[in-house]
Design a protein around this ligand. Structure first.
Ligand SMILES: [Zn+2]
Length: 409
């Protein structure tokens, strides 16, 4: 007979503090009464957990007039009911390596971005040492701007294949990187724990928690600017693959006679819908990212035919490739991030017309296609979420260890 195992007091406390902190982190300031309902715990347990997390410095109790909180009515007389709020002065650094830029930001509990720095790469230069140096400088700058903040870790978004066993950046074609151990390079420079993830995997996570896919468990996300990647949620869980490399939809061949791709193949989806292809076919300089694509959209509105034709072309191929994704994954929602969201908004009808092809069965009948709600910073928010995961899983131990490591009791 299997031995009966119970849950120790410590394990119970870990699970409950994790549930409470995760709830207020994702949903914002919440009354004790609502926490009681949402977490299925009694009032005194919620009271004890709140006190413990207050003492640990992870939440604070505020009067409702001090925070913006839904569904709280200020009592006319007597003591107002307090709301439990995540502490925005505890958080993580997030770093987004794009093909054309590096972005660094500080995120507090509650998901608020408090400091943000953006720097363009030297044109065409993605040498690893140089990128690490730039990223380190930017992170230090951001940290110096908020000396009051407890920063526990760093999350990094990379446009490439990231091996799940050890976070090795196995292949990032648009950076020209093969087998780069970015985690080690950055963590030794910053003396903080570092996690690295694929930009589209982080994008789908952020859109699911905070953006266009909240409440959906079957989600296909396609995002990017120059490079295009995919991230998928299946039953609410991220699809990873054996090594962590699933979802590289930008390198699905859609046109065997198409242009050569940075991955070495030909006619990949990203050579049809990537930002640089759109800019080139609109007669613009490549490399301008979202701002340059926005200029093309505005020019098309004003009647610029070359810009309009370029958008039509990108919209057709966007719908064409989405057909395959819809057949493969049967998602509830397809979220288009980065410049793809701009293409969708500018050419909604054409994208959907191509997706719902007229011949044969329409597999996309019940699929909702949406632009990402988090703009191009979505993957950075996802990177912050991954960096916060250890704290959310075991709030008291992780915070105590941090304070000990920083010489405070
Ligand atoms: Zn390719």
């Amino acid at each position: 007979m299997p031995k009966k195992t119970g849950i120790s007091h410590e394990e119970l406390r870990r699970v409950n503090t994790s549930a409470l902190l995760t709830w207020v982190h994702h949903n914002g300031p919440t009354t004790r009464a609502r926490l009681t309902r949402e977490l299925g715990l009694n009032r005194s347990t919620i009271g004890d957990l709140t006190s413990l997390l207050c003492d640990t410095g992870l939440v604070q109790e505020l009067r409702p007039d001090q925070v913006d909180v839904e569904g709280v009515q200020v009592r006319r007389s007597g003591r107002p009911s307090l709301v439990v709020s995540p502490r925005p002065d505890v958080g993580v650094l997030a770093l987004m390596l794009d093909v054309d830029r590096i972005v660094a930001g500080l995120f507090g509990l509650g998901g608020e971005l408090s400091e943000r720095r953006e720097r363009r790469h030297q044109p065409g230069v993605h040498e690893v040492g140089q990128v690490v140096e730039s990223a380190t400088q930017m992170c230090r700058e951001v940290l110096r701007a908020r000396p009051d903040m407890a920063v526990l870790a760093v999350g990094v978004s990379v446009p490439g294949l990231v091996r799940s066993s050890d976070s090795l950046v196995h292949f990032a074609p648009n950076l020209g990187w093969t087998d780069v151990q970015f985690v080690d390079l950055l963590s030794s420079a910053l003396a903080l724990p570092v996690s690295v993830g694929n930009d589209a995997d982080l994008g789908v996570l952020a859109e699911h928690l905070y953006g266009a896919a909240v409440g959906s468990s079957e989600v296909a996300y396609v995002g990017g600017t120059v490079g295009i990647g995919g991230g998928f949620l299946v039953h609410g869980q991220p699809l990873r693959g054996a090594e962590g490399y699933s979802g590289e939809v930008g390198h699905l061949t859609v046109d065997p006679d198409g242009h050569e791709c940075r991955c070495g193949s030909r006619g990949c989806w990203e050579t049809k819908i990537g930002a640089n292809q759109l800019l080139a076919s609109a007669g613009r300089l490549t490399g301008g990212g979202l701002a340059a694509v926005e200029e093309v959209v505005q020019a098309a509105v004003r009647g610029d035919e070359e810009a309009g034709a370029a958008l039509d072309h990108a919209a057709y191929w966007l719908g064409f490739g989405m057909r395959a994704l819809v057949r493969l994954f049967n998602p509830e929602v397809v979220v288009l991030g980065g410049t793809l969201g701009q293409v969708l908004e500018a050419r909604h009808g054409r994208v959907l017309e191509t997706l719902h092809e007229r011949d044969g069965i329409d597999f996309a009948q019940n699929v909702s296609v949406r632009a990402g709600a988090l703009g191009s910073d979505g993957p950075m928010l996802g990177a912050a979420e991954v960096a916060l995961a250890p704290l959310l899983a075991d709030p008291v131990s992780v915070m105590s260890a941090y304070r000990e490591g920083n010489g405070a009791a």
